[in-house]
Design a protein around this ligand. Structure first.
Ligand code: BG6
Ligand code: MG
Length: 221
């Protein structure tokens, strides 16, 4: 197995806990449309693009709308979401994430962001995370959503590193699948019962280090 040269990170749920803001905004939209959107329903939206998320939400509510109205609803949700993330700061970086990014840099491992979000840049700027990436690939640069490997393959290309030397960090099943399809190893952040295809699953990045990454992935493959 090739030596690890780069780590690619999903944003929402791996580096920052923005899932709660997405949920609040979708829930508000559902309430306006006259139905309830539960936290369990919201699980289905993790890692899924904005348009696909709206589609799922409308399915839950049993509502069909025209293309124009769909665009308006997605924009309405996004405006509320942007209002929330505009207030974010470094205190909302998930435990261990910043330390691990710094440890990657200290060990000569390149880093890239691989996120489906079109709001990634705002979050990176507000939290100060932007400074820790050699390349940023987000929803404004990609056209195919995870589990398509596009976002990670583009990240590897920008870094000039072969996919087989990359490790992806992801909290969504679709994201792990995207890593597998890209020919990359992956570390799941969350539950081993859900992230079954990841080489290694951690509850969070807290206490994790580049050394442990080298050791554990060698052991896992
Ligand atoms: C992903 C989130 O990172 O980005 C999804 O997990 C979200 O929940 C998607 O829908 C798109 O985000 P945005 O900010 O472009 O609406
Ligand atoms: Mg995620």
């Amino acid at each position: 197995m090739e030596a690890i040269q780069a780590c690619l990170f999903d944003l929402d749920g791996v580096l920052v806990d923005t899932a709660k803001y997405h949920y609040q905004a979708w829930k508000r939209l559902a309430e306006e449309l006259g139905f309830e959107f539960t936290e369990q329903d919201n699980e289905r939206l993790k890692g899924v693009s904005r348009d696909a998320s709206l589609q799922i939400l409308l399915e839950v509510g049993g509502i069909t709308v025209e293309e124009e109205e769909r665009k308006r609803l997605a924009e309405r949700k996004n405006n509320w979401y942007v209002e929330s993330i505009s207030r974010m700061d470094a205190s909302e970086i998930l435990p261990g994430a910043l330390e691990f990014l710094k440890d990657c840099q200290a060990n000569g491992i390149k880093t890239a962001l691989g996120s489906a979000s079109k709001n990634a840049q705002l979050i990176l700027n507000n939290t100060g995370l932007a400074a820790y990436f050699d390349a940023i690939v987000d929803g404004t640069l990609t056209s195919r959503a995870k589990p398509d490997p596009e976002v990670f393959l583009l990240g590897a290309e920008k870094l000039g590193v072969a996919p087989s030397a990359c490790v992806v960090f992801e909290d969504a099943e679709a994201g792990i699948e995207a890593a597998v399809r890209a020919g990359m190893r992956s570390v799941g952040i969350g539950s081993p019962a859900i992230l079954t295809k990841a080489a290694l699953v951690l509850p969070s990045l807290e206490g994790f280090s580049a050394d442990r990454l080298f050791q554990e992935l060698k052991a896992a493959i």
